[in-house]
Design a protein around this ligand. Sequence first.
Ligand code: GLN
Length: 244
Amino acid sequence: MKLTIGCLYPDLLNLYGDRGNMRCLVKRLEWRGIGAAEAPVMAGERVDFNEMDIVILGGGSDREEELAGRYLREQREAVREYVENGGVMLAVCGGYQLLGEYYETNDRLVEGLGILDVRTRWEPRRLVHNIVLESPLSGEPVVGFENHGGRTDIGGHKPFGRVVCGYGNTETSGYEGVVYKNVIATYLHGPLLPKNPQVCDYLLGKALRRRFGESIRLGSLPDELEHRANGSMVKRCRSRRFWL
Ligand code: GLN
């Protein structure tokens, strides 16, 4: 049994170590004796989505996001097909925005892939904070760090979680991210997965069952360190006025 973990354009989209999400997915497979291959795809290279079991799309500054958008739009139909056929994906911040209709700043309009029915508008005041969510995808709080100028309207989509500390999609909606089919799209950097092992295993479970059948179950791992890292972030946020 082996899964291939792709990471699109880590040379452009690697803000706050988003590429580390790929390492985390691979390690948690290896610790369970399951084969794993890292498949970074650099800007301009073509992606073979048939080969991918999980695809990571990280975040970047506006400039890098615009460039990544150009490369991604060349493969729009392949990305859409992958997502609509239940392909597993984690899209973070700039990557989240690029799955939507557009990212509009004061001086440009970056066209997205239009796979998610979401729209992002930039505002000059950046939303920068540690963030804690309650999410149906994790039995413990989901923790991370957000830094974005974009405010994302998620229309009728299901959010990734409810914000208990921090800003989230729009600062005022009270919700963060989107879950659509087997895609998690979120503003959470960190990277996200090392401190949120249950979110990591959610993605691994989806990918394993998609590739090898519905009967596959993931065994548990001794996650003491991960839980301590998660708990210390929750504690740090709780001591601040931003706790809702
Ligand atoms: N450039 C986007 C914004 O500022 C995304 C930033 C990011 O990926 N952290 O909203």
